[in-house]
Write a protein that binds this ligand. Structure first.
Ligand SMILES: *Cc1c(COP(=O)(O)O)cnc(C)c1O
Length: 412
């Protein structure tokens, strides 16, 4: 904090529009990460702004308690219609962390209601699921977890194999399946970021892994949670990452792109089986928070879905994701680049053999990119782009050019 106060010159932003951020001096920066993965439709999308304006003039917020309203009710219906089949119920929360926290508590209360004292969780090494204490418990990024390690909920972290290491992948899959088989009776739920571990440095987890996980969980009656907070809403090239593995979780968390990055709003989707456990008698799910189903967030989230449908967002990104793949394949031969990877609207490269969150190389590229007109915040030694899905072809080319030039400027 001291260094931040004394030395760091923060960007002072005045405005954002489309894929660009503008500082108070009028300089423009391409938003390479879509503002930490939230602005999937870019900044200031006119349809989202209109939905927000109209809703704010009608009803800002009311407690969703013995009350319902069109924005929340219609959002639940429309969201479940595009969710993986079988996820027919939605619980609204405020952000990615509370969407995950809600899933964890729901898994615990689900077991409790069945007089079943399974209280452990299983997550992957390097996983990021948010910052509440529950999310910290399942988080597998060591630096984020260490200060709280004495008080967190019990969670077993299973290994993730490095990319391209097929033997390691097979072994990691075995470890997980064995754990579910042998310890299933003590596991409340397994949680996973499907296909990509975002905060870990855009580490790819193959679809076969997800399929093995789903199969083992179903076989041994262990619940599993897909945290699609980052991967959902087209980021991996399809609406949900789970689709690419052909699996359906017991619970799915969505946030970030869910409300177009305009307002904090999120949802936890669940199957009939989970819902039914809470549906009888006095069995409320004990999670009633002030802003549940917020009409402003709900109106915007509905409009995001409408834009996805009507502007054919998922079709429109296909040429762009090919462009990202080609460019990052090409970056592999740049001096200093150890490894590259891409999936959907994600391109990433490592500047160190074992990329760490506290690594400094990415930050030098960050400075170089800032001078060239892009906000390219790294994850330690990993440099990545996750631009708005609506980025134009010309802007995407410009961004890829800046990534290239910034790496050349820093690593020789
Ligand atoms: C960002 C993120 C979260 C937490 O979301 P917040 O909105 O920051 O609370 C949870 N899970 C994943 C996979 C994320 O990327």
């Amino acid at each position: 904090m001291r260094r931040y106060i004394d030395e760091v010159e923060p960007l002072v932003l005045a405005r954002s529009a489309g894929s660009s951020l503008f500082d108070v001096d009028g300089r423009r920066y391409l938003d390479a990460s879509a503002s930490w993965w939230v602005a999937v439709l870019g900044h200031g999308h006119p349809r989202l702004l209109r939905a927000l304006r109209e809703q704010s003039e009608t009803m800002g917020h009311v407690a969703l308690a013995g009350i319902t309203h069109e924005p929340a009710a219609m959002l639940a219906t429309e969201l479940c219609a595009v969710a993986p089949r079988g996820l027919d119920h939605a619980f609204f929360t405020d952000d990615g962390s509370t969407a995950v926290e809600c899933a964890l508590k729901m898994a615990l209360q689900f077991r409790y209601l069945h007089d079943d004292r399974r209280t452990r969780f299983v997550a992957l090494e390097g996983a990021f699921h948010g910052d509440t204490l529950g999310c910290t418990s399942v988080g597998g990024v060591e630096v984020f977890r260490r200060p709280f390690a004495d008080v967190v909920v019990d969670c077993v972290h299973v290994p993730v194999a490095p990319e391209g290491d097929d033997v390691g992948q097979a072994r990691a899959m075995e470890v997980l399946v064995e754990l579910v088989e042998k310890e299933g009776a003590s596991i409340a739920a397994v949680i996973v970021e499907p296909l990509v571990q975002g905060a870990a440095g855009m580490r790819m987890v193959p679809p076969e892994y997800l399929r093995a996980l789903a199969q083992a969980c179903t076989k041994h009656d262990v619940l599993w949670i897909a945290d699609e907070v980052f991967t959902g809403y087209g980021r991996t090239g399809t609406m949900w990452a789970c689709e690419q593995a052909g699996v359906v979780p017991d619970m799915l968390c969505t946030a970030k792109g869910f409300s177009g990055g305009l307002l904090p709003m999120a949802a936890t989707l669940v199957s009939d089986r989970i819902f039914d456990a809470f549906a009888q008698g006095e069995r409320a799910f004990y999670y009633g928070h002030s802003f549940c189903g917020n009409p402003l967030g709900a109106a915007v989230a509905r409009e995001v879905l409408a834009v996805f449908r009507e502007e054919r967002i998922l079709e429109s990104i296909q040429p762009k994701l090919r462009r990202i793949r080609e460019a990052f394949d090409g970056f592999a031969s740049l001096p200093g680049v150890k490894r590259t990877r891409s999936l959907g609207m994600i391109g990433a490269l490592d500047l160190a053999e074992s990329s760490s969150y506290l690594g400094k190389l990415g930050w030098r590229v960050y400075e170089a990119a800032l001078a060239r007109g892009a906000w390219l915040r790294p994850l330690g030694d990993t440099v990545y782009i996750t631009p708005p899905l609506t980025i134009s072809d010309a802007e995407l080319d410009e961004l890829l050019g800046i990534v290239h030039d910034s790496i050349r400027a820093v690593v020789r």
